[in-house]
Write a protein that binds this ligand. Structure first.
Ligand SMILES: O=C1C[C@@](O)(C(=O)O)C[C@@H](O)[C@@H]1O
Length: 218
């Protein structure tokens, strides 16, 4: 295996971030849209834990809880980027290019993401989505909802066929195994939870680590 996938803990509090470190997460995704604490204060506290940080401000129209407008979200990203190793922005965001451009001249990389909570697109559509994400940012992320194991299998095919770096996951109960299996096909990150899943089918991060070890990926 020419790379080792990173296990990302999705958190919205300092307590969960501390637990993520204890459970062995490699990186911490701060879901700013789910946090109750002031974002710059929270991200600064989590930054001090010493793990790479992904800043995500997921809008309601793509499954998150942020209800501000594009300008407000852009400003929040601008404030948080100095502490971020990665920012996650949706391919379909109206100002995706503006948000990605905030990373230029910073240490942060841009994850350009696409979530389909209803279905698993065709292989051609998924490859096209990944390609468009990589045109805009540094890492492509694709999360889909499988209706069958065959859909999950197609996601693995697409992951294997994709240019790097790509992060993929099949959500829901049918797709839960993808948290451990997708990295085998080249997914560079696997997202898990600490206390409660933030997306359908997420596993707790220590379980992902255990599974990756069984596959010789840790
Ligand atoms: O995009 C993703 C993936 C995710 O939706 C998941 O299915 O684990 C969890 C989100 O927090 C993250 O930003």
């Amino acid at each position: 295996m020419d790379f080792f996938p990173k296990v990302v803990a999705s958190v919205a509090s300092l307590d969960d971030a501390r637990e993520a470190v204890r459970l062995g997460a490699d990186m911490i995704e701060v879901r700013v849209d789910l946090a109750s604490e002031d974002p710059p204060v929270l991200v600064e506290k989590i930054f001090r834990l010493g793990k790479p940080i992904i800043v995500t401000i997921r809008p309601a129209w793509e499954g998150g809880s942020f209800r501000g407008d594009d300008a407000e979200r852009l400003e929040l990203f601008r404030k948080l980027i100095p502490l971020a190793d990665y920012v996650d922005v949706e391919l379909r965001a109206g100002n995706v290019d503006e948000i990605v451009s905030l990373t230029e001249g910073s240490d942060a990389m841009a994850i350009v993401s696409y979530h389909d909570f209803e279905r698993t697109p065709s292989n051609g559509e998924m490859l096209d989505i990944i390609s468009r994400c990589l045109e805009k940012g540094d890492i492509a992320k694709l999360a889909v909802m499988p209706g069958s194991l065959g859909d999950a299998l197609r996601l693995f095919e697409v992951t294997l066929a994709s240019k790097r770096p790509v992060c993929t996951m099949a959500m829901g109960d049918i797709g839960a195994h993808s948290r451990i299996v997708a990295p085998l096909y080249g997914s560079v990150f696997s997202y898990g939870y600490v206390r409660e899943p933030v997306a359908p089918g997420q596993m707790r991060v220590d379980r992902i680590i255990e599974g990756l070890r069984l596959l010789g990926l840790r």
